[in-house]
Ligand binder design. Structure first.
Ligand SMILES: NC(=O)c1ccc[n+]([C@@H]2O[C@H](COP(=O)([O-])OP(=O)(O)OC[C@H]3O[C@@H](n4cnc5c(N)ncnc54)[C@H](OP(=O)(O)O)[C@@H]3O)[C@@H](O)[C@H]2O)c1
Length: 329
C-alpha cells in the first residue's frame, strides 16, 4: 500500500465539491475524480488540481493511484457504486444514507467484510470535535441517567420536482436525506431503538416533505425529531439526563458549540472550538487511520450500526407508506 493514501472522488455534485475542498485544505491526497461525463470529470479535476479525470466510475475504481473511493452519488446509486469499488479492491467512504434500504446495507457490509476492506458511512457529524467531547461528558456521568434526545433538521431545499430530493427514483424525501441525521444521532447517544414510529406530510411527487420520528430506546429513554425539506428550522438539539442537559447550538450536526447546564441553571461547561473549513475532514482522518492501522471498523460509526440504522429507516418508511420505485422491481 502507498505510504500516502490516495483518494478518488466518485461523482461531481454538491457534496463531492464540499468534501474535496476540505480534503485538499487538510493536505490529504486527492488523486482522481470519476464522473459519468468526462467533461464534468475534467472540469472538477481542473477546479481542484487533481491529476486524473475519468469519464466513468469503472475507470475511477481501476485507477492504481487510488486507495480510497469516496462515493457521492444519489442514495439509490450508493450500493452499486460501493459494490463496484469494493470489487476493485478499494476501501470506501460512502455518503449518508449508507444505502437506500437495509437489504442493500446488509449486502455491501457483507462484501466489505469478505474482501477485508474498510467500508465507512460518511455520517460526518459523528466525527466532529464537539461530538467527541459530548461522548466524554456522557461517559463521565455528568448528565446522570440519559432521559431523552430532541433534535430538529429542517431546511428549505430546491422545490424542483426533478431534483434528487423530490424525485422518488433518486431516493428523494426528508427522512433519508435529513431525518437520518437525528435518527443516527439518537442511535449514537441512546443506542438502537426498541420501537420507532413516524408521521409524515408528503410532496406532490410522493416523497416525505416532513417527518416526525419518536423512538423508544434502552434504559427507558426516548428520542424525538422532526425533519423537513420545504421549510427552514433553527436546527438545535438537546440531550437530557437526570442531572443535567447538553444544549447544542444551531446547527447541531455541523461543527458547533454546546453548553452543559445543570437543573439549577448553572453552566457546567461550554464548548466552542472552531474547525477549519466545513469540518468534513475529520471523517477522512478516521478513514485513513482505519486503512493505515489495518482495522476495518471504528466505534464512532460501526458497520453494524450503519446497517441497523437502515433497518430503522425501513421501518419508519413502512409506517408512512413510502416505497421507492427500485424496491418494486
Ligand atoms: N454529508 C453531507 O453534508 C451531505 C450533503 C449533501 C448531500 N449528501 C449526500 O451525498 C449524496 C449526493 O448528494 P448531492 O447533494 O451531492 O447530489 P447532487 O448534487 O445531485 O450530485 C450527485 C452526483 O451523483 C452523480 N450521479 C450518479 N448517478 C446519478 C443519477 N442517476 N442522477 C443524478 N446524479 C447521479 C452525478 O455526478 P456525475 O454526473 O459526475 O457522475 C451527480 O453530480 C446523497 O446521497 C446525499 O445524501 C451529504
Amino acid at each position: 500500500m502507498a505510504e500516502t493514501l490516495g483518494w478518488g472522488i466518485m461523482a461531481t455534485g454538491l457534496i463531492a465539491e464540499l468534501f474535496t475542498k476540505d480534503l485538499k485544505a487538510s493536505g490529504l491526497k486527492v488523486r482522481a475524480v470519476g464522473s459519468r461525463s468526462i467533461e464534468k470529470a475534467k472540469a472538477f479535476a481542473g477546479r481542484f488540481d487533481i491529476e486524473n479525470a475519468h469519464g466513468s466510475y469503472e475507470a475511477l475504481v481501476a485507477d492504481p493511484s487510488v486507495d480510497i473511493i469516496y462515493v457521492a452519488t444519489p442514495h439509490p446509486q450508493h450500493a452499486p457504486c460501493v459494490r463496484m469499488a469494493l470489487e476493485a479492491g478499494k476501501h470506501v467512504l460512502v455518503e449518508k444514507p449508507f444505502t437506500l434500504n437495509a437489504r442493500e446495507a446488509e449486502d455491501i457490509a457483507a462484501l466489505a467484510q469478505d474482501k477485508g476492506l474498510v467500508l465507512l458511512e460518511a455520517m460526518w457529524a459523528r466525527f466532529l470535535p464537539h461530538m467527541r467531547r459530548i461522548h466524554e461528558i456522557i461517559t463521565a456521568g455528568t448528565l446522570g441517567e440519559l432521559r431523552s434526545v430532541q433534535a430538529e433538521h429542517r431546511q428549505f431545499l430546491p422545490q424542483d420536482p426533478s431534483h434528487r430530493l423530490n424525485a422518488p427514483d433518486l431516493g428523494g424525501g426528508a427522512l433519508l436525506d435529513l431525518g437520518i441525521y437525528p435518527v443516527s444521532f439518537a442511535f449514537d447517544i441512546l443506542g438502537a431503538p426498541i420501537s420507532a414510529s413516524a408521521a409524515a406530510r408528503f410532496t406532490g411527487t410522493g416523497v416525505d416533505a416532513e417527518i416526525a420520528v419518536t423512538m423508544k430506546h434502552g434504559g427507558d429513554a426516548i428520542s424525538t425529531s422532526v425533519s423537513a425539506l420545504d421549510c427552514a428550522g433553527q436546527n438545535a438539539a438537546v440531550i437530557y439526563g437526570s442531572k443535567a442537559r447538553i444544549e447544542m447550538a444551531p446547527v447541531w450536526y455541523t461543527a458547533t458549540a454546546f453548553t452543559v447546564v445543570d437543573y439549577d441553571g448553572k453552566a457546567l461547561e461550554t464548548f466552542d472550538r472552531p474547525v477549519d473549513g466545513r469540518g468534513m475532514q475529520f471523517q477522512a482522518f478516521a478513514m485513513e487511520e482505519l486503512v493505515q492501522s489495518g482495522n476495518l471498523e471504528t466505534p464512532l460509526m460501526s458497520l453494524k450500526q450503519s446497517v441497523s440504522i437502515m433497518h430503522t429507516l425501513d421501518a419508519l418508511r413502512a409506517q408512512i407508506g413510502l416505497v421507492y420505485p427500485s424496491e418494486n422491481e
